[in-house]
Design a protein around this ligand. Structure first.
Ligand SMILES: Cc1cc2nc3c(=O)[nH]c(=O)nc-3n(C[C@H](O)[C@H](O)[C@H](O)COP(=O)(O)OP(=O)(O)OC[C@H]3O[C@@H](n4cnc5c(N)ncnc54)[C@H](O)[C@@H]3O)c2cc1C
Length: 337
């Protein structure tokens, strides 16, 4: 296995940022990965999936392993559940569609999220009231220091809101190679009470929705709200939604009476970062080719040739203004490299 040198990453990240990897290798199997890890090499090592949750702010020194491990499989089945697996390199949305085509339920609300199956546990992807953790069974990974394979269950992954063990103690230590999900084969539990799902199903004239109808509704809503990275570079939500205490919420409501809040545990509330950003006047703002998307303030975009450092500078300006005006810290969901 050989590394390619100074490989352009423009087509490998959804922001469409031009940057180079000093040494780049696509990885198609666990054994290829282990072979690369056996080489004596102390240079920095990064793992890339679909590149839809990274902001690359300059050329990358050291090694970049692009995980392309394929495979989808039904592992075990019983009366009303099934365990299915996805190789880390599988495209997430195609995997969701594959599950739906077999009438396996649980992933429909996560339709059309870009990226790879292997990255999905990293930030515990979530959308429309469902998170990966809700259907996750276990995963297989390789320890990047020793090359050993290991299995991790849900408790070990320590999932939280856009968070997991892999963003904390486990950061930079493992490559996820395969992910296993527990899905329903009958009596599917539908999550319809989030965003505009019910209205969209009604507009689609669906009276008794099934999992495929729900997926179609989610795809419809997402396509109308979010910029398609193939046309306008972006990484989805740039910032996480902040969680605050009740006293803090009451203080903010004085400043922003229409502030929306969702329960997030005892005395905790999640508030939309987009609302704070919009109230600071950033929605639709453009600075060179870096911008804050006109239809959704949480999404930062590259209109063409923005450098990653320009997008980062804009993100920092936005976060500072939200802090100065509302005293709330908003932090990136996107991984800044
Ligand atoms: C238009 C758009 C909409 C989006 N909507 C949502 C949404 O609704 N909900 C949501 O949660 N996210 C959303 N995202 C973010 C993104 O799609 C997810 O975070 C996705 O899981 C990233 O997958 P990826 O393969 O592209 O990861 P990458 O961007 O390649 O990597 C992200 C991080 O994971 C690490 N990583 C990648 N693969 C592996 C692996 N196999 N093992 C170990 N580490 C790995 C990388 O090192 C990096 O730190 C959106 C993005 C876009 C562009």
């Amino acid at each position: 296995m050989k590394y390619q040198t100074y490989t352009s990453l423009r087509t490998f990240n959804s922001f469409g940022i031009e940057a180079a990897a000093e040494r780049y290798a696509p990885v198609h199997s666990v054994s290829e990965l282990q072979t690369l890890l056996r080489e004596e090499d102390e240079s920095p090592l990064r793992i890339l999936g679909g590149g839809s949750n990274v902001l690359i702010t300059g050329d990358l020194s050291g090694r970049l392993l692009h995980i392309r491990i394929p495979g989808r499989q039904v592992e075990t089945r019983n009366a009303d559940t099934v365990i299915v697996s996805a190789g880390a390199g599988e495209n997430w949305h195609e995997f969701v569609l594959w599950c739906l085509s077999q009438d396996f339920g649980g992933l429909e609300n996560l339709s059309l999220i870009p990226g790879s199956a292997g990255a999905a546990p990293i930030q515990n992807i979530g959308a429309y009231g469902v998170e990966l953790a809700d259907v996750f069974d276990h995963l297989e990974a390789v320890d990047l220091h020793t090359g050993a394979t290991l299995r991790m269950d849900r408790a070990e992954c320590a999932f939280g809101y856009r968070d997991s063990f892999f963003k904390k103690e486990g950061a930079g230590r493992y490559c996820i190679t395969k992910v296993f999900f527990r899905l329903s084969t009958a009596n599917h539990r539908l999550h319809l009470d989030y965003g505009a799902i019910r209205e969209t199903l009604a507009a689609m004239k669906v009276v008794t929705p099934g999992i495929r109808d729900l997926s179609r509704a989610v795809i419809h809503i997402r396509s109308s709200k979010l910029p398609d990275p193939a046309r306008i570079g972006n990484a989805g939500s740039f910032f996480k939604n902040p969680e605050i205490e009740t006293a803090e919420l009451n203080r903010l409501k004085q400043l922003l009476p229409l502030l929306v809040a969702y329960p997030a545990g005892e005395d905790r509330h999640k508030i939309p970062a987009a609302q704070l950003i919009e109230a600071c006047g950033w929605k639709g703002y453009r600075q060179g080719d870096a911008g804050c998307y006109e239809k959704q303030a949480l999404v930062l975009v590259n209109y063409g040739h923005a450098a990653g450092s320009e997008i980062l500078a804009l993100a920092q300006q936005i976060a500072r203004s939200v802090w100065e005006r509302y005293g709330v810290r908003i932090v990136p969901e996107v991984n800044v490299w």
